[in-house]
Design a binder for this molecule. Sequence first.
Ligand SMILES: O=C(O)CCC(=O)C(=O)O
Ligand SMILES: [Fe+2]
Length: 391
Amino acid sequence: MSRVISEDKVKNEYFKSGEYKIQSWRHICVHKSDHKLVEYQLGVAPENHESMNNQVQEIAADCDQLPERFIRKEDEEYSNITNVGESCPTKIPVIDVSLLASSHSELDKLKSAVTTWGCFQAINHGIEGSFLDKVREVSKLFFNLSAQEKKKYLREEDSLEGYGNDMVLSDHQTLDWTDRLYLTVLPQDQQKLQFWPQNPTNFREVVDEYCTKIELMNEAILKALARSLNLEENCFLDQYGTTSSMMARFNYYPPCSWPDKVLGVKPHSDGSAVTFLLQDKEVEGLQVLKDGQWFGVPIVPDALTINVGEQIEIMSNGIFKSPIHRVLVNSKNQRITLALFCMPQTEKDVGPVDGLITDDTPRLYKNVTFSVDFYFKNYQQGMRSIDACKI
Ligand SMILES: O=C(O)CCC(=O)C(=O)O
Ligand SMILES: [Fe+2]
Protein backbone atom coordinates (compact mmCIF):
# COMPACT_ATOMS: atom_id res chain seq x y z
CA MET A 1 0.00 0.00 0.00
CA SER A 2 1.66 3.22 -1.08
CA ARG A 3 0.68 6.57 -2.47
CA VAL A 4 2.43 9.46 -4.05
CA ILE A 5 2.78 12.80 -2.33
CA SER A 6 5.01 15.73 -3.12
CA GLU A 7 8.06 16.52 -1.08
CA ASP A 8 6.76 20.06 -0.42
CA LYS A 9 3.48 18.71 0.84
CA VAL A 10 5.28 16.43 3.24
CA LYS A 11 7.62 19.09 4.50
CA ASN A 12 5.32 22.10 4.60
CA GLU A 13 1.93 20.73 5.38
CA TYR A 14 2.15 17.37 7.04
CA PHE A 15 5.25 17.85 9.08
CA LYS A 16 4.45 21.41 10.15
CA SER A 17 0.86 20.82 11.08
CA GLY A 18 1.92 17.76 13.03
CA GLU A 19 -1.24 16.02 11.84
CA TYR A 20 0.71 13.46 9.90
CA LYS A 21 4.07 12.22 11.02
CA ILE A 22 6.38 10.03 9.08
CA GLN A 23 8.31 7.40 10.86
CA SER A 24 11.55 7.67 9.01
CA TRP A 25 12.95 9.12 5.82
CA ARG A 26 14.28 5.67 5.17
CA HIS A 27 10.76 4.66 4.27
CA ILE A 28 10.37 7.40 1.73
CA CYS A 29 12.00 7.22 -1.64
CA VAL A 30 12.12 9.76 -4.42
CA HIS A 31 10.22 8.83 -7.51
CA LYS A 32 12.86 10.01 -9.95
CA SER A 33 10.72 10.72 -13.02
CA ASP A 34 8.48 13.36 -11.48
CA HIS A 35 10.32 14.22 -8.25
CA LYS A 36 7.43 13.03 -6.20
CA LEU A 37 7.87 10.93 -3.13
CA VAL A 38 6.47 7.49 -2.78
CA GLU A 39 5.42 6.93 0.75
CA TYR A 40 5.40 3.36 1.92
CA GLN A 41 2.74 2.86 4.47
CA LEU A 42 4.46 -0.14 6.02
CA GLY A 43 1.16 -1.95 6.11
CA VAL A 44 -0.41 0.50 8.52
CA ALA A 45 -3.55 2.47 7.75
CA PRO A 46 -2.98 6.23 7.96
CA GLU A 47 -5.16 6.52 11.04
CA ASN A 48 -2.82 4.13 12.79
CA HIS A 49 0.26 6.13 12.04
CA GLU A 50 0.25 7.39 15.58
CA SER A 51 1.27 3.92 16.69
CA MET A 52 4.44 4.28 14.66
CA ASN A 53 5.44 7.56 16.21
CA ASN A 54 4.02 7.82 19.66
CA GLN A 55 5.67 6.08 22.51
CA VAL A 56 3.85 2.98 23.74
CA GLN A 57 3.30 4.72 27.06
CA GLU A 58 1.13 7.31 25.30
CA ILE A 59 -0.68 4.73 23.20
CA ALA A 60 -1.43 2.66 26.30
CA ALA A 61 -2.87 5.68 28.09
CA ASP A 62 -5.19 6.62 25.28
CA CYS A 63 -6.31 3.76 23.14
CA ASP A 64 -9.49 1.76 22.92
CA GLN A 65 -8.28 -0.43 20.11
CA LEU A 66 -4.97 -2.19 19.87
CA PRO A 67 -3.01 -0.83 16.89
CA GLU A 68 -2.42 -3.56 14.33
CA ARG A 69 1.34 -3.23 14.37
CA PHE A 70 1.61 -4.63 17.90
CA ILE A 71 -0.52 -7.72 17.34
CA ARG A 72 1.49 -10.95 17.41
CA LYS A 73 1.19 -12.97 14.24
CA GLU A 74 0.39 -16.65 14.33
CA ASP A 75 3.19 -17.61 11.98
CA GLU A 76 5.95 -15.94 14.01
CA GLU A 77 8.73 -18.18 15.22
CA TYR A 78 8.12 -19.79 18.63
CA SER A 79 4.43 -18.75 18.51
CA ASN A 80 3.37 -22.40 18.38
CA ILE A 81 4.83 -23.05 21.82
CA THR A 82 1.73 -23.11 23.93
CA ASN A 83 3.10 -25.23 26.70
CA VAL A 84 4.20 -22.57 29.15
CA GLY A 85 6.14 -23.73 32.19
CA GLU A 86 5.11 -22.30 35.53
CA SER A 87 7.15 -19.51 37.06
CA CYS A 88 8.91 -21.74 39.54
CA PRO A 89 11.45 -20.25 41.93
CA THR A 90 13.40 -23.47 42.14
CA LYS A 91 13.90 -23.92 38.42
CA ILE A 92 16.11 -21.03 37.26
CA PRO A 93 19.52 -21.70 38.86
CA VAL A 94 20.65 -19.40 41.66
CA ILE A 95 24.41 -18.83 41.84
CA ASP A 96 26.28 -17.37 44.81
CA VAL A 97 28.82 -15.13 43.06
CA SER A 98 30.84 -14.64 46.25
CA LEU A 99 31.73 -18.37 46.19
CA LEU A 100 32.88 -18.61 42.57
CA ALA A 101 36.54 -17.84 43.31
CA SER A 102 36.82 -20.49 46.03
CA SER A 103 34.19 -23.19 45.66
CA HIS A 104 34.42 -25.95 43.05
CA SER A 105 30.86 -26.98 43.61
CA GLU A 106 29.59 -23.44 42.97
CA LEU A 107 31.68 -23.35 39.79
CA ASP A 108 30.09 -26.65 38.71
CA LYS A 109 26.66 -25.18 39.44
CA LEU A 110 27.57 -22.22 37.24
CA LYS A 111 28.67 -24.50 34.43
CA SER A 112 25.51 -26.53 34.68
CA ALA A 113 23.40 -23.33 34.67
CA VAL A 114 24.98 -21.82 31.57
CA THR A 115 25.18 -25.04 29.57
CA THR A 116 21.49 -25.80 30.11
CA TRP A 117 19.49 -22.66 30.90
CA GLY A 118 22.01 -20.11 29.65
CA CYS A 119 21.02 -17.85 32.50
CA PHE A 120 21.01 -17.69 36.26
CA GLN A 121 20.07 -15.50 39.19
CA ALA A 122 23.23 -14.04 40.73
CA ILE A 123 23.09 -13.51 44.48
CA ASN A 124 25.74 -12.22 46.91
CA HIS A 125 27.27 -10.29 44.04
CA GLY A 126 28.49 -7.46 46.23
CA ILE A 127 26.09 -4.73 45.08
CA GLU A 128 23.91 -3.56 47.97
CA GLY A 129 20.17 -4.02 47.60
CA SER A 130 19.67 -0.38 48.62
CA PHE A 131 21.86 0.72 45.71
CA LEU A 132 19.91 -1.47 43.26
CA ASP A 133 16.78 0.29 44.54
CA LYS A 134 18.41 3.61 43.73
CA VAL A 135 19.06 2.46 40.17
CA ARG A 136 15.42 1.36 39.90
CA GLU A 137 14.31 4.69 41.31
CA VAL A 138 16.17 6.86 38.76
CA SER A 139 14.83 4.67 35.93
CA LYS A 140 11.30 5.05 37.23
CA LEU A 141 11.61 8.80 37.75
CA PHE A 142 12.73 9.14 34.14
CA PHE A 143 9.83 7.13 32.70
CA ASN A 144 7.42 9.02 34.96
CA LEU A 145 8.39 12.36 33.41
CA SER A 146 5.86 13.93 31.05
CA ALA A 147 5.88 12.74 27.44
CA GLN A 148 7.07 16.19 26.40
CA GLU A 149 10.01 16.13 28.80
CA LYS A 150 11.08 12.65 27.75
CA LYS A 151 10.96 13.61 24.10
CA LYS A 152 13.96 15.88 24.68
CA TYR A 153 15.96 12.66 24.58
CA LEU A 154 14.28 11.14 21.52
CA ARG A 155 16.35 8.80 19.44
CA GLU A 156 17.53 10.34 16.23
CA GLU A 157 16.81 8.72 12.97
CA ASP A 158 19.11 5.86 12.10
CA SER A 159 20.56 5.97 15.57
CA LEU A 160 20.06 3.41 18.27
CA GLU A 161 20.70 5.71 21.14
CA GLY A 162 18.12 7.74 22.96
CA TYR A 163 14.50 7.36 24.02
CA GLY A 164 11.91 5.78 21.80
CA ASN A 165 9.62 2.93 20.94
CA ASP A 166 10.59 -0.22 19.09
CA MET A 167 12.80 0.60 16.15
CA VAL A 168 11.18 -0.18 12.81
CA LEU A 169 13.59 -1.98 10.53
CA SER A 170 11.30 -4.09 8.44
CA ASP A 171 7.85 -3.83 6.90
CA HIS A 172 6.72 -7.07 8.47
CA GLN A 173 7.93 -6.45 11.96
CA THR A 174 5.53 -6.73 14.88
CA LEU A 175 6.26 -3.94 17.33
CA ASP A 176 7.24 -4.70 20.91
CA TRP A 177 4.96 -3.25 23.59
CA THR A 178 7.75 -1.24 25.17
CA ASP A 179 9.52 2.10 25.26
CA ARG A 180 13.25 2.18 25.82
CA LEU A 181 16.04 4.49 26.73
CA TYR A 182 19.13 3.13 25.07
CA LEU A 183 22.53 4.56 26.05
CA THR A 184 26.21 3.80 25.60
CA VAL A 185 27.37 3.83 29.20
CA LEU A 186 31.00 2.65 28.91
CA PRO A 187 33.58 3.74 28.05
CA GLN A 188 32.55 7.04 29.55
CA ASP A 189 34.18 9.10 26.80
CA GLN A 190 31.75 7.52 24.31
CA GLN A 191 28.64 8.56 26.21
CA LYS A 192 26.34 10.71 24.09
CA LEU A 193 25.24 13.04 26.83
CA GLN A 194 22.49 14.68 24.78
CA PHE A 195 20.46 11.49 25.36
CA TRP A 196 21.15 11.26 29.08
CA PRO A 197 18.25 12.49 31.21
CA GLN A 198 18.97 15.67 33.18
CA ASN A 199 16.05 14.76 35.33
CA PRO A 200 16.31 13.14 37.87
CA THR A 201 19.46 15.15 38.48
CA ASN A 202 21.39 12.19 39.93
CA PHE A 203 20.58 9.95 36.95
CA ARG A 204 24.08 9.98 35.46
CA GLU A 205 25.88 9.66 38.78
CA VAL A 206 23.82 6.61 39.81
CA VAL A 207 24.01 4.93 36.40
CA ASP A 208 27.77 5.52 36.11
CA GLU A 209 28.37 4.01 39.52
CA TYR A 210 26.17 1.02 38.74
CA CYS A 211 27.91 0.34 35.41
CA THR A 212 31.36 0.52 36.98
CA LYS A 213 30.29 -2.10 39.51
CA ILE A 214 28.82 -4.31 36.79
CA GLU A 215 31.98 -4.01 34.71
CA LEU A 216 33.94 -5.53 37.59
CA MET A 217 31.39 -8.26 38.06
CA ASN A 218 31.49 -9.02 34.34
CA GLU A 219 35.24 -9.61 34.59
CA ALA A 220 34.73 -11.98 37.51
CA ILE A 221 31.99 -13.86 35.64
CA LEU A 222 34.08 -14.19 32.45
CA LYS A 223 36.96 -15.60 34.52
CA ALA A 224 34.68 -18.01 36.35
CA LEU A 225 33.14 -19.18 33.07
CA ALA A 226 36.63 -19.98 31.74
CA ARG A 227 37.63 -21.79 34.94
CA SER A 228 34.40 -23.80 34.88
CA LEU A 229 35.66 -25.37 31.62
CA ASN A 230 39.19 -25.85 33.01
CA LEU A 231 40.49 -23.20 30.65
CA GLU A 232 43.02 -20.49 31.42
CA GLU A 233 40.96 -17.90 33.30
CA ASN A 234 41.66 -15.02 30.90
CA CYS A 235 40.80 -16.84 27.70
CA PHE A 236 37.38 -15.17 27.29
CA LEU A 237 38.59 -11.88 28.74
CA ASP A 238 41.42 -11.74 26.19
CA GLN A 239 38.90 -11.86 23.35
CA TYR A 240 36.62 -9.49 25.22
CA GLY A 241 39.47 -7.01 25.00
CA THR A 242 40.40 -3.78 26.71
CA THR A 243 38.34 -1.56 24.42
CA SER A 244 35.06 -3.26 25.18
CA SER A 245 31.89 -1.28 25.72
CA MET A 246 28.66 -1.43 27.66
CA MET A 247 25.19 -0.51 26.44
CA ALA A 248 22.26 0.16 28.77
CA ARG A 249 18.68 -0.47 27.80
CA PHE A 250 16.11 0.90 30.22
CA ASN A 251 12.91 -0.96 29.39
CA TYR A 252 9.46 0.40 30.19
CA TYR A 253 6.46 -1.88 29.66
CA PRO A 254 3.14 -0.09 30.12
CA PRO A 255 0.11 -2.14 31.17
CA CYS A 256 -1.79 -3.44 28.15
CA SER A 257 -5.50 -4.21 27.97
CA TRP A 258 -4.75 -7.02 25.51
CA PRO A 259 -1.84 -8.83 27.19
CA ASP A 260 -2.37 -12.03 25.18
CA LYS A 261 -2.10 -10.23 21.89
CA VAL A 262 1.24 -8.46 22.36
CA LEU A 263 4.74 -9.11 23.62
CA GLY A 264 6.86 -6.70 25.65
CA VAL A 265 9.89 -8.06 23.80
CA LYS A 266 9.74 -10.65 21.07
CA PRO A 267 11.75 -13.89 21.44
CA HIS A 268 15.45 -13.18 21.03
CA SER A 269 18.86 -13.96 22.42
CA ASP A 270 21.20 -11.13 23.39
CA GLY A 271 24.03 -10.06 21.09
CA SER A 272 26.29 -9.28 24.04
CA ALA A 273 29.02 -11.33 25.68
CA VAL A 274 27.10 -11.22 28.95
CA THR A 275 23.88 -9.38 29.90
CA PHE A 276 23.08 -8.19 33.43
CA LEU A 277 19.38 -7.63 33.96
CA LEU A 278 18.02 -5.69 36.89
CA GLN A 279 14.44 -6.86 37.09
CA ASP A 280 11.47 -4.91 38.34
CA LYS A 281 11.13 -5.49 42.05
CA GLU A 282 7.45 -6.39 41.94
CA VAL A 283 6.30 -7.28 38.46
CA GLU A 284 7.40 -10.41 36.60
CA GLY A 285 7.31 -10.81 32.83
CA LEU A 286 10.55 -12.36 31.60
CA GLN A 287 10.40 -15.91 30.24
CA VAL A 288 13.19 -18.20 29.08
CA LEU A 289 12.82 -20.97 26.51
CA LYS A 290 14.16 -24.35 27.59
CA ASP A 291 13.35 -27.82 26.29
CA GLY A 292 10.53 -26.45 24.19
CA GLN A 293 8.81 -24.66 27.07
CA TRP A 294 8.67 -21.09 28.28
CA PHE A 295 9.64 -20.70 31.94
CA GLY A 296 8.89 -17.56 33.93
CA VAL A 297 11.93 -16.00 35.58
CA PRO A 298 10.86 -15.20 39.13
CA ILE A 299 11.86 -12.14 41.10
CA VAL A 300 14.61 -13.03 43.57
CA PRO A 301 15.13 -10.07 45.91
CA ASP A 302 18.39 -8.22 45.17
CA ALA A 303 19.50 -10.80 42.59
CA LEU A 304 20.68 -9.86 39.12
CA THR A 305 19.54 -12.05 36.24
CA ILE A 306 22.57 -12.90 34.11
CA ASN A 307 22.23 -14.12 30.51
CA VAL A 308 24.92 -15.69 28.38
CA GLY A 309 25.12 -13.54 25.24
CA GLU A 310 25.58 -14.88 21.72
CA GLN A 311 29.22 -13.82 21.65
CA ILE A 312 30.13 -16.06 24.60
CA GLU A 313 28.17 -18.89 23.02
CA ILE A 314 30.45 -18.43 19.98
CA MET A 315 33.65 -18.17 22.07
CA SER A 316 32.69 -21.32 23.99
CA ASN A 317 32.09 -23.14 20.68
CA GLY A 318 28.46 -23.65 21.61
CA ILE A 319 29.03 -25.14 25.08
CA PHE A 320 27.40 -22.20 26.82
CA LYS A 321 23.91 -21.45 25.56
CA SER A 322 22.66 -17.99 24.87
CA PRO A 323 19.04 -18.40 25.94
CA ILE A 324 16.06 -17.35 23.87
CA HIS A 325 13.88 -15.19 26.04
CA ARG A 326 10.85 -12.95 25.70
CA VAL A 327 8.80 -10.59 27.83
CA LEU A 328 5.07 -10.80 28.57
CA VAL A 329 3.10 -7.75 29.63
CA ASN A 330 0.10 -7.59 31.89
CA SER A 331 -3.10 -5.62 32.03
CA LYS A 332 -2.62 -3.97 35.42
CA ASN A 333 0.97 -3.05 36.16
CA GLN A 334 3.78 -1.29 34.43
CA ARG A 335 7.15 -3.03 34.56
CA ILE A 336 10.58 -1.38 34.43
CA THR A 337 13.86 -3.23 33.92
CA LEU A 338 17.43 -2.32 33.07
CA ALA A 339 19.52 -4.54 30.81
CA LEU A 340 23.27 -3.91 30.64
CA PHE A 341 24.93 -5.48 27.63
CA CYS A 342 28.67 -6.10 27.98
CA MET A 343 30.05 -5.95 24.46
CA PRO A 344 33.49 -7.20 23.39
CA GLN A 345 35.85 -4.93 21.51
CA THR A 346 34.92 -4.57 17.85
CA GLU A 347 38.44 -4.10 16.47
CA LYS A 348 38.94 -7.83 16.45
CA ASP A 349 36.57 -10.62 15.60
CA VAL A 350 35.45 -13.23 18.11
CA GLY A 351 35.57 -16.99 17.62
CA PRO A 352 35.71 -20.27 19.50
CA VAL A 353 38.74 -20.44 21.83
CA ASP A 354 41.45 -22.88 20.70
CA GLY A 355 41.20 -25.22 23.67
CA LEU A 356 37.58 -26.02 22.86
CA ILE A 357 38.09 -27.14 19.27
CA THR A 358 38.94 -30.84 19.17
CA ASP A 359 38.37 -33.80 16.83
CA ASP A 360 35.30 -34.68 18.87
CA THR A 361 34.07 -31.11 19.16
CA PRO A 362 34.83 -29.41 15.83
CA ARG A 363 34.52 -25.68 15.37
CA LEU A 364 30.83 -24.67 15.16
CA TYR A 365 31.18 -20.96 14.46
CA LYS A 366 33.16 -18.76 12.12
CA ASN A 367 35.20 -15.91 13.52
CA VAL A 368 32.90 -12.89 13.30
CA THR A 369 32.75 -9.21 14.07
CA PHE A 370 29.43 -8.77 15.73
CA SER A 371 28.21 -5.32 14.74
CA VAL A 372 25.18 -3.77 16.39
CA ASP A 373 23.57 -3.23 12.96
CA PHE A 374 24.04 -6.88 12.08
CA TYR A 375 22.39 -7.87 15.35
CA PHE A 376 19.37 -5.57 15.08
CA LYS A 377 18.66 -6.39 11.47
CA ASN A 378 18.26 -10.02 12.42
CA TYR A 379 16.49 -9.22 15.69
CA GLN A 380 13.71 -7.22 14.12
CA GLN A 381 13.00 -10.07 11.74
CA GLY A 382 12.78 -12.46 14.66
CA MET A 383 16.03 -14.18 13.64
CA ARG A 384 19.10 -15.01 15.70
CA SER A 385 22.38 -13.44 14.59
CA ILE A 386 24.26 -16.41 15.94
CA ASP A 387 22.62 -18.65 13.36
CA ALA A 388 24.24 -16.55 10.66
CA CYS A 389 27.64 -17.28 12.26
CA LYS A 390 27.34 -21.08 12.12
CA ILE A 391 29.74 -23.01 9.92
O1 LIG B 1 12.88 -6.68 30.50
C1 LIG B 1 13.24 -7.84 30.55
O2 LIG B 1 12.85 -8.62 31.43
C2 LIG B 1 14.17 -8.40 29.51
C3 LIG B 1 14.65 -7.39 28.53
C4 LIG B 1 15.53 -7.98 27.48
O3 LIG B 1 15.52 -9.16 27.22
C5 LIG B 1 16.43 -7.10 26.73
O4 LIG B 1 16.39 -5.86 26.94
O5 LIG B 1 17.22 -7.65 25.92
FE1 LIG C 1 17.27 -9.72 26.05
